[in-house]
Write a protein that binds this ligand. Sequence first.
Ligand code: GTP
Length: 308
Amino acid sequence: MEEKNTQQHHSGFVAVVGRPNAGKSTLVNHLVGEKVAIISDRPQTTRNRILSILSTEEAQMVFLDTPGLHKPQDKLGEHMVQAALNAIKEVDVVLFVVDASEKRGKGEQVILERLKEECHAPVILVLNKIDRLPDKAVLLPIIDKFRKEYPFRSVLTLSALEDEDFSPLLQEIVRCLPEGPSFYPEDMYTDQPERVMAAEIVREKILQLTRDEVPHAVAVQVQEMKTRPNNLVYVRADIYVERDSQKAILIGAKGKMLKEISQRAREDMEAFLGNRVYLELWVKVRPKWREKEGDLKRLGLAGERSQY
Ligand SMILES: Nc1nc2c(ncn2[C@@H]2O[C@H](COP(=O)(O)OP(=O)(O)OP(=O)(O)O)[C@@H](O)[C@H]2O)c(=O)[nH]1
């Protein structure tokens, strides 16, 4: 009789933690091969715990791309830190992503302490952004120092932005996962509903286009999303800011900025949904929404969804 393929299937959850701006979303998007989490060069871009799913023949890896573990400044910040903490308690393996091109700071220390206190799963240290290091020899003392402070399962160095092949990291993750069947259908790559993805796309464009002028005082909520008879998807979204001055920046002279945001967001939405999109954006002022529990809940940034 012919031998059956006895290779076992593995599945499990992978938390991706690290200081804001370390490159967590970039790494997860490249691993999964689809754009799921939004990216900007400003810290604290990721607000929700976003599930990204990678299915291969031998395993299904479910990544929780967590908001950076940082010192919270307001209620939104508190929820973000809590979401990241919950992640490290529940998963099968943790990826601790560090920007190796930056000096080590308090942020890494805080995360190491959290891992020591709360984490029982194996932790893989990922030293990222090595494309920025002209002399790779500087990595050795960095690795040495980390290894003295925490019993990492392994340490990998990479560039989430430029590398093409992530198989060493993927193999290491699979080795940490228990045997088991897939949790999600194999063609699914995120658990986020289309509305959430659409809102995140708009937020990404705002962060990318307005730079430091409109800080994190912006939230996006999709109010309506429906497919019209000719397969055109109609999307109406509200953009919330805290001040009139921020509203003015977002709209721009003669509405130019809003038009640019809308155009770029529409293109990404069309790629994501595989349909033509008609996008309508409204900018609204809601003073101090980040301090208000009710507003955070309504925007899906607190309560059930951000806790998992
Ligand atoms: N040069 C270089 N830049 C990178 C690399 N990885 C990420 N970046 C950049 O670093 C910035 C932050 O990347 P993100 O992936 O949004 O970082 P994050 O850790 O998810 O950030 P938060 O959402 O704030 O927690 C972006 O401008 C990325 O393009 C890398 O390997 N090399």
